[in-house]
Design a protein around this ligand. Structure first.
Ligand code: HEC
Ligand code: HEC
Length: 296
């Protein structure tokens, strides 16, 4: 705030308070003038219901004075009048920093204890899991669900099947740097609608959803040349690229004709946002241990 606006706000505030005091005192003095016709304000309803010019009750006026006095006291104690900082020296930033320092002092020893523990031990430690659970509830449930079972496009973290790998380092990397799973669209390369249909069938046959009949097998050569680079020739996937295993019954986007067709025709781009910077190393490791424990 520049000096001009600080003074503008300060003067405006003070003038307004003075005006409030004047208004309340002035209206306290208004009242019956003694003559009957002047005591009526002139409004009339239903023939005989009239409005009298009586003063507001005393207790009502006192309430106004008390609120004004409260307001003045508040503005002396806290920032409120322009650039005046208030006699208590309170500020938003100060309060935030104080709370952060308190939290730091309280949690630092706890995190140091956790940092000294091995990953497996951490994933079995009730205190670490409780902390991990509450971090997960704050930062991860919007996408992965409160039970961590995910939704189409958002992986289930409880099933022991990992798109990007399930070791300590893999999970920490997923959370710290985020992950982007990219599969380009394939309909044009496959050439025809029938070729896409056959590929859908072939993918489904890999996990035994449908029989590996003639139509499905006719797509195998194309799978080997086009898809195997990421999904491997057997279709078992590659965690380095985030290419899912197509031979199990776990699906990121679904196993229906429609879901697989959509993946092949439109391509996919799943994104897990990076969380490392704002979670920090300690909290990330505890979250990773929590996620790991869910899959055990
Ligand atoms: C904005 C949505 C979103 C949020 C928030 C989010 N995730 Fe994710 N997460 C995803 C998506 C989408 C993927 C899959 C990325 C892909 O398709 O490759 C994913 C993938 C993952 C993976 C890899 C799973 C695997 O099978 O390899 C882990 C681990 C993970 N998330 C943990 C977390 C944790 C812990 C949090 C909270 C700090 C979190 N995620 C918050 C969307 C999110
Ligand atoms: C460049 C590497 C790459 C190639 C080539 C590729 N894919 Fe993928 N595929 C991926 C990735 C990465 C994902 C995960 C996308 C995500 O995380 O959003 C994926 C996902 C899928 C899925 C969804 C799986 C699920 O669990 O829901 C299907 C189905 C699929 N691919 C089929 C194919 C077929 C068929 C081909 C060949 C025509 C192919 N892919 C070629 C990388 C590839």
């Amino acid at each position: 705030m520049t000096a001009f606006w600080a003074w503008f706000v300060a003067i405006g505030t003070i003038v307004f308070v003075i005006w409030c005091v004047w208004l309340v005192s002035w209206s306290a003095k208004q009242g019956p003038q003694g003559k009957e016709d002047e005591d009526l304000v002139g409004h009339k309803w239903d023939g005989d219901l009239e409005e009298w010019n009586n003063p507001a009750p005393k207790w009502w006026l006192y309430l106004y004075f008390i609120t004004i006095a409260w307001g003045i006291g508040y503005m002396i104690a806290y920032p409120g009048i322009g650039a005046f900082e208030g006699v208590l020296g309170w500020s938003q930033e100060g309060q935030y920093e104080e709370e952060m320092a308190n939290a730091q002092a309280r949690y630092a020893p706890i995190y140091e204890g956790f940092a000294a523990m091995g990953f497996e031990a951490l994933a079995e430690d009730p205190e670490a899991l409780a902390l991990g659970g509450s971090l997960f509830a704050s930062y991860c449930t919007t996408c992965h669900g409160s039970d961590a079972r995910g939704a189409p496009g958002y992986p289930n973290l409880t099933d022991g099947d990992w798109q990007w790998g399930g070791t300590e380092q893999d999970i920490i990397t997923s959370i710290t740097n985020g992950r982007i799973g990219i599969m380009t669209p394939w309909a044009q390369v496959l050439g025809s609608d029938e070729a896409v249909d056959n590929m859908v069938r072939y993918v489904q046959s890999l996990s035994g959803i449908v029989e590996a009949d003639e139509a499905a097998m006719s797509a195998q050569p194309q799978f080997t040349t086009l898809c195997a680079a990421c999904h491997t020739p057997a279709g078992t996937g590659n965690p380095l690229l985030g290419a899912p295993n197509l031979t199990d019954d776990i699906w990121l986007y679904g196993s229906s004709d429609e879901a697989i067709r959509n993946a092949i025709v439109n391509g996919l781009q799943g994104e897990m946002p990076a969380h490392g910077e704002f979670l920090g190393e300690n909290r990330t490791r505890i979250l990773a241990a929590y996620v790991y424990s869910l899959s055990q």
